[in-house]
Design a binder for this molecule. Structure first.
Ligand code: COA
Length: 497
């Protein structure tokens, strides 16, 4: 006997209990969205893991300086922050801690009835107050030792800062108030090599061993620059601040129009400077932004300003594109700007000798003038030292052309950065491919990830103009589709280089 058809069985069951059938149908209906939600969640998690690995491999072995304000140490979440720092140390990052102690110094001086005098915003640390300032500074530093001990990380509080006194300013003796003379990188690096965490309290010593009270912001800045830190991370305690899908900086004077709102809390030094010049609300955030700007000018690639009390904010900011705070990053494109009419003679002078040698096609003043908007120049200290253009030929293709670097400035990455910039521009204009026609520079473009292609793949309009006597080779780079949905990634390299 043939087995009963499944359909029949189901039919029988359903006829027996129509209420059940309804249930089954509803479950089936519900199954799909749940699955989609689950798939989305999995994709999101996988994305996060990938991002974390990407940032981990990029920054592993780099020094990171953490300037942590005192109120953060008093927050119940401080132990979680210490766990996250411990995780960074174990993962191979060189963590350096600079504790801020201002509020603790205020409290200790208050307890002992010592009033502070100020010169502007700078505390004048008298000889009488200095022992109490040292006590407060080391008390705060010890809290970090305690926090890190709980996570079995070895840490060392040390005399890593050589200081000098501020002396007499405007008739006011600044006594034991000092500035950073030098960061003693030798001992710090030795400690880091041992896998330990150096802690730099806000005290520095002169050559003769005299102690000075030095602002921890200054120590963090000098240490980041001296250690060639990849990051300076400023952790402060401020409600509702940073980037959480959208910028939350209104009350700190970040204008609505600021690029940071569009770019997930990321600011170039120029944008940061513009915000500071705008005045805004001022206050501690502006001090931190100013510190970040100075750090970027002294060569620190990235400074992050984060609410240190938010659990996991450090990991979120450092290891994902989601971000958690405000980042000021060195913008390698800052020296690149559109061509101005006044630059045309300069770039004609750059191109001419290269055209004479056959490296480049000769261009006239009119040629350049006509396509002025396609050109960009690389400016150093007010003078143009390289140029390039991106011509759109239709069919989703753009040509990188007229690329020339001043011979006195070759090998400094100007050419590479111009090409990268134009690739970004092509992507922003939704082009799917950039190409170059080259007679002598194919190796260089190949190194940048371009691949040789047939002249037949040129856009129709360009193919008709191809100079068969010149016999330039065609090299192309296909552009990926722009990613959506997360904070733009300042760290991810563009395709191929
Ligand atoms: C090609 C050019 C723009 C590169 O500019 P740049 O600012 O020196 O570029 P980068 O600093 O980014 O790169 C320099 C590296 O490329 C190498 N390089 C330069 N020209 C090269 C070439 N034709 N073939 C292979 N490698 C080359 C340099 O040796 C240097 O290598 P290194 O980093 O190992 O020392 C510049 O050399 C130039 O103006 N060349 C003449 C004009 C030209 O050929 N333009 C392209 C027309 S399609």
């Amino acid at each position: 006997m043939a087995p009963p058809a499944l359909g029949n069985k189901a039919e029988t069951a359903n006829t027996k209990n129509s209420g059940n059938m309804e249930k089954i149908t509803e479950t089936e209906k519900a199954a799909k969205p749940t699955e989609t939600k689950k798939t989305k969640k999995t994709a999101f998690q996988v994305g996060l893991i990938r991002e974390a690995f990407h940032y981990q491999s990029r920054f592993q072995g780099s020094a990171m300086v953490f300037k942590i304000d005192f109120p953060v140490t008093q927050d119940p979440g401080f132990s979680y922050l210490m766990k996250d720092l411990a995780l960074l140390v174990r993962t191979g990052f060189k963590v350096v801690v600079v504790p801020g102690a201002k509020e603790r110094i205020d409290a200790v001086l208050g307890e002992y009835g010592i009033a502070s005098q100020y010169a502007g915003t700078t505390r004048i640390t008298t000889a009488g107050a200095m022992p109490f300032v040292e006590m407060a500074a080391f008390d705060v530093a010890t809290r970090f030792i305690t926090g890190l001990s709980a996570d079995r990380i070895d840490a060392v509080i040390g005399n890593f800062v050589r200081a000098r006194g501020l002396g007499v300013i405007g008739g006011l003796d600044m006594e034991h108030t000092g500035a950073v003379d030098r960061i003693l990188t030798g001992p710090i690096e030795r400690i880091l090599r041992l896998g330990m965490t150096p802690i730099l309290p806000c005290i520095g010593w002169s050559r003769a061993g005299k102690p000075y009270n030095v602002p921890s912001d200054e120590i963090a800045l000098a240490a980041s620059a001296a250690l060639g830190a990849a990051k300076l991370v400023i952790l402060s305690a401020r409600e509702g601040f940073g980037f959480d899908g959208e910028m939350k900086g209104g009350q700190y004077g970040i204008p609505e129009s600021a690029e940071a709102h569009k770019k997930g809390g990321r600011l170039t030094p120029r944008e940061a400077a513009r915000i500071l010049e705008g005045g805004g609300a001022g206050g501690r955030f502006f001090e931190e932004l100013g510190l970040a700007l100075r750090a970027s000018r002294s060569g620190v690639e990235r400074t992050h300003i984060i609410d240190g009390r938010e659990e996991g904010a450090v990991l979120r900011e450092l290891f994902s594109n989601l971000g958690a705070g405000v980042m000021v990053y060195a913008d390698e494109y800052e020296s690149i700007r559109p061509l101005k009419s006044a630059d045309i003679p300069v770039i004609l002078r750059l191109i001419e000798p290269l055209a004479a040698r056959g490296n480049l096609v000769r261009r006239s003043w009119e040629d350049i003038r006509e396509k002025k908007g396609d050109y960009v120049v690389f400016e150093i200290d007010g003078s143009v030292h390289a140029c390039a253009a991106l011509h759109h030929w239709g069919e989703g293709q753009g040509e990188i052309a007229a690329l020339a670097a001043d011979p006195a400035y070759t090998g400094l990455g100007l050419g590479r950065r111009l090409v990268r910039y134009l690739i970004d521009r092509a992507s922003a204009q939704s082009m799917s491919r950039v190409f170059v026609l080259t007679t002598r520079t194919h190796d260089w473009f190949e190194f940048l990830g371009f691949k040789e292609a047939s002249i037949e793949s040129l856009p129709e309009r360009k193919r008709r103009q191809y100079d068969h006597r010149r016999k330039s080779k065609l090299f192309v780079l296909d552009l990926p589709l722009p990613a959506h949905g997360s904070r733009p990634d300042a760290d991810a390299p563009p395709p191929a280089f």
